[in-house]
Design a protein around this ligand. Structure first.
Ligand SMILES: Nc1ncnc2c1ncn2[C@@H]1O[C@H](COP(=O)(O)OP(=O)(O)O)[C@@H](O)[C@H]1O
Ligand SMILES: CC(=O)N[C@@H](CCC(=O)OP(=O)(O)O)C(=O)O
Length: 260
């Protein structure tokens, strides 16, 4: 059997802020369990806040440029410890406790992706789709892959990948739908009102005028790129609103729809 015989998978990305209070994630994970009855799900998570907290504790400075962390190679052990270690294991454990057959993985597990070095930011990777066999096998067996955004270059260097780019890459790999869950209800306009749908031209305008910036800019650009390749619209919604996730999983509108 291959993925073509499975219903279209849903890739759900959880940002780091959602992961600050793991117990608060329970309603969302219960919704994932519900969605899994009808279609396969892959979780991809961030952990930017947790990385910042550890680096600060260690007295290391760190800056983000256009929403992405500049990462000296010497910081990779800490990035790996947080993303692929602490956050990944906590999320995988909580999912398992709630009855999901979760499997924690780095982004490069089984060659699922490889990452090109973004030398302008140091040991940062831009993930590219690789071999989907591992994920397909897990999804066929009813497992829930839980992937961190720790990437690997073709020559074996671990790289810090932004988790929105990671999730977009997995969605591209699996030709799946993508929902980016974050700490706001969706993309907001100048008046802080929810934008219900946005196309490429509007996105360029919002980014140019800095209405969309920082982490949301990375999300929007990653989503637009994969939406155009996959010819699927992509959603940004709040992790605190499990109903929004259920609506999106079942084809109803919620949050902001990024059109191709
Ligand atoms: N136009 C916008 N609409 C909503 N959020 C925005 C916008 N522009 C910038 N942001 C910021 O983007 C943040 C979400 O991105 P990010 O912090 O990277 O979250 P995550 O950790 O979930 O990926 C919001 O909390 C907000 O501060
Ligand atoms: C290169 C880069 O920016 N990597 C991110 C990886 C984690 C991430 O993206 O986490 P959120 O989704 O919680 O923001 C970082 O170091 O913060």
């Amino acid at each position: 059997m291959n993925l073509l015989q499975l219903p279209t998978a849903l890739v759900i990305k959880l940002g780091g802020r959602a992961l600050d209070d793991m117990q608060a994630l329970q309603p969302l994970l219960k919704t994932v369990l519900n969605i899994q009855q009808s279609r396969p799900v892959v979780l991809v998570h961030g952990g930017g806040d947790q990385v910042s907290a550890l680096l600060a504790q260690l007295g290391l400075s760190s800056e983000k440029v256009a929403g992405q962390r500049v990462t000296p190679a010497a910081h990779i052990p800490y990035i790996a410890a947080v993303l692929a270690g602490d956050v990944n294991s906590q999320l995988t454990a909580l999912a398992q406790q709630l009855g999901l057959r979760s499997v924690g993985l780095p982004l490069f597990a089984g060659g699922s992706t490889y990452a090109n070095v973004d030398a302008s930011r140091g040991a940062v990777g831009i993930p590219q789709p690789g071999d989907k066999q591992l994920l397909v096998s897990l999804l066929e067996q009813g497992y829930l892959p839980v992937m961190s955004s720790l990437g690997l270059s073709r020559d074996g260097q671990r790289l810090n990948c932004n988790a929105d780019l990671a999730a977009a890459c997995i969605a591209e790999l699996l030709d799946a739908d993508l929902v980016l869950l974050t700490d706001v209800a969706g993309i907001l306009d100048q008046q802080q009102q929810l934008i219900s749908s946005i196309n490429a031209a509007q996105a360029a305008h919002y980014i140019e005028s800095s209405v969309v910036r920082d982490g949301m800019q990375v999300k929007l650009e990653a989503a637009l790129a994969v939406a155009q390749k996959s010819r699927r619209s992509i959603a940004v919604a709040s992790w605190q609103d499990p109903q929004a996730l259920l609506d999106l999983a079942e084809g109803r509108a919620a949050g902001t729809r990024i059109e191709f």
